[in-house]
Design a protein around this ligand. Structure first.
Ligand code: TMP
Length: 208
């Protein structure tokens, strides 16, 4: 039986990785075979691409190069990691996916949703998630919670106005993909956010 594919999105510091871990722990207790992975990354080749994209020294990287590297990392991740796991019946939990490219490169960098959809066509056509959870917290609040910017991360260093555009981009995506994407308010305690996520996924019959 085909497994489920659930992704989580949000601005830097929204708490995505923590929520992925909490959800995975819940599912494992229920006996679900889970794979937790992330983008960019998730396997050796995609992780190497991640290092190039995020390196603080790569300030000369143009927007199209960035978008294509994310797409390259993604296609390797899909082919080597995500699709085989879904075919094996696993529930795949992925920290960021194509919606990050749409919000960051498509909207905030200004390349357009259509361009990003085009360079991610396999992901768009064959591997859209069963549900995309958007942790709906503004970048300002999220950076405060995270304790500031990571000075070695090129994207985090892009400035407040950029991250505000990312947030607006996600809001547009909620309208563009209303069936698949759902906003979760993460402003409460970690366990409260996890409970909201579990409830939403149960409602959609994606998890026990
Ligand atoms: P992370 O910090 O959540 O691991 O993500 C790495 C950075 O990459 C983060 O700043 C968001 C950015 N990103 C994009 O700009 N486009 C993408 O497609 C993905 C997956 C991440």
């Amino acid at each position: 039986m085909r497994g489920k594919f659930i992704t989580i999105e949000g601005c830097e510091g929204a708490g995505k990785s923590r929520q992925m871990r909490e959800l995975a722990a819940y599912l494992e207790k229920k006996g679900v075979d889970v794979l937790v992975t992330r983008e960019p990354g998730g396997n050796p080749i995609s992780e190497q691409i991640r290092t190039v994209i995020l390196a603080g020294k790569n300030t000369a990287m143009c927007d199209e190069c960035e978008a294509l590297l994310y797409a390259a990392s993604r296609i390797q991740h899909l082919t080597e990691t995500v699709i085989p796991a879904i075919k094996a019946g696993k529930t795949v939990l992925c920290d960021r996916f194509v919606h990050s490219s749409l919000a960051y490169q498509g909207y905030a960098r200004g390349l357009g949703f259509e361009y990003v959809e085009q360079i991610n066509q396999k992901a768009m056509d064959e591997c859209m998630p069963d549900c995309t959870l958007f942790l709906d917290i503004s970048p300002r609040q999220a950076f405060i919670r995270k304790g500031g910017v990571d000075k070695n991360d090129r994207v985090e260093l892009a400035g407040e106005a950029f991250h505000q555009r990312v947030y607006e981009g996600y809001k547009k995506l909620l309208e563009r993909y209303p069936m698949q994407m759902v906003a979760i308010d993460p402003s409460g305690a970690v366990h409260q956010t996890t409970a909201k996520i579990i409830e939403e996924l149960q409602k959609r019959r994606l998890i026990p």
